[in-house]
Design a protein around this ligand. Sequence first.
Ligand code: 7TS
Length: 410
Amino acid sequence: MIASNDRYDIARIRRDFPILDREVHGRPLVYLDNAATSQKPRAVIDTELRYYRTMNANIHRGVHLLSQEATDAYEASRERVRRFLNAARREEIVFVRGATEAINLVAASYGQRLKSGDEVLITAMEHHSNIVPWQLLCERSGAVLRVASINDAGELNLTSFEHLLGPRTRIAAFTHISNALGTINPVRELIEMAHANGAVVLVDGAQAAPHARVDVQALDCDFYVFSGHKLYGPTGIGALYGKARLLDAMPPWQGGGDMIREVSFNKSTWNDLPYKFEAGTPNIAGGVALSAAIDYVEDIGLDAIAGHENDLLIRANERAADFPGLRPIGTAKDKAGIFSFVLDGVHPHDIGTILDLEGVAVRTGHHCAMPVMGRFGVPATVRASFGLYNTRDEVDALFAALRRVKEVFA
Ligand code: 7TS
């Protein structure tokens, strides 16, 4: 039943994910909530297990062998992330809890240079994680938050973005791929526009890292953030990429162990990059397993993954076209495998509940993007988001379950 070909062996891929064998409510699991978090391949689970079984120790501090091995594994993972993003230097990779923490770090630390009347430019399709930290910064500094608009397809209005960039814009922060709409932003072009206006750029790559090849040097972004758990890696680990020149000039964010060079009660001095931004004991096991996740997706190939997911999106669009009362939300020309929609006369939460009983896991709600819901005049949507292990049969299962919803609410 499962389509497979030489280039993309979906049957083999699915065998790598133990959770895909389980049932929910007596039905095979159809997991279509990958934008929230993706499932983990055996390689990631085993790496984390092996870490705890064989080398668990605190890092950067012990002379004993376990501590050295744990430190080496953690630092090797940093190098793996550097290669994944094609950053120029390993010091430019700061380990954090995830995209949210990375954005908060930049807003709190880089943000200290903002003054009253300065401006921060975001877009109308941001996740709350790329809105609220900037709002907090604006409250603290007296800076003003500007928001570039989106069109009815959920594409960024480039004229609005360009128009709102001005001499006071200090930071432009936008998502690479929208979690609520699936829109892929023309980030290279946006970065160029922002730089031409003297602003630094943060790209929120939470949804892009699992689906698109990212080259931070080619993009020339100043900051790029992602979460490991959406990239088939563990929760509680992610990375902030920042240009060394900027990170170097930024004050520390959190204080504590590891981020200092010397501490006295009069004055403390800071450790080198990236440790200046890594206070306290991190998620070591997660960091080590993140590199297994990156190996996994790069073995399959991000272009192959994007192609496969696009295939699923095409299938979903075909099925949706003749499904009465279904309205897709987010119809950008350049779109990732995120299929958000509403159904006439049925609340998204009710749809989600029935789909769950049919074994189909989707997310319903505002997807932490309330302004997007406002823009489309809906309180919530149903969102099916595809991952590298999903199949055309699963897309069909989604629509079979939606027909069931129709029957219940007929
Ligand atoms: N930015 C985007 C574009 C996201 O989609 C998310 C999480 C985040 C930032 C925050 O990531 P975190 O790992 O720090 O939480 N998005 C979603 C979602 O769409 N459903 O659940 C979480």
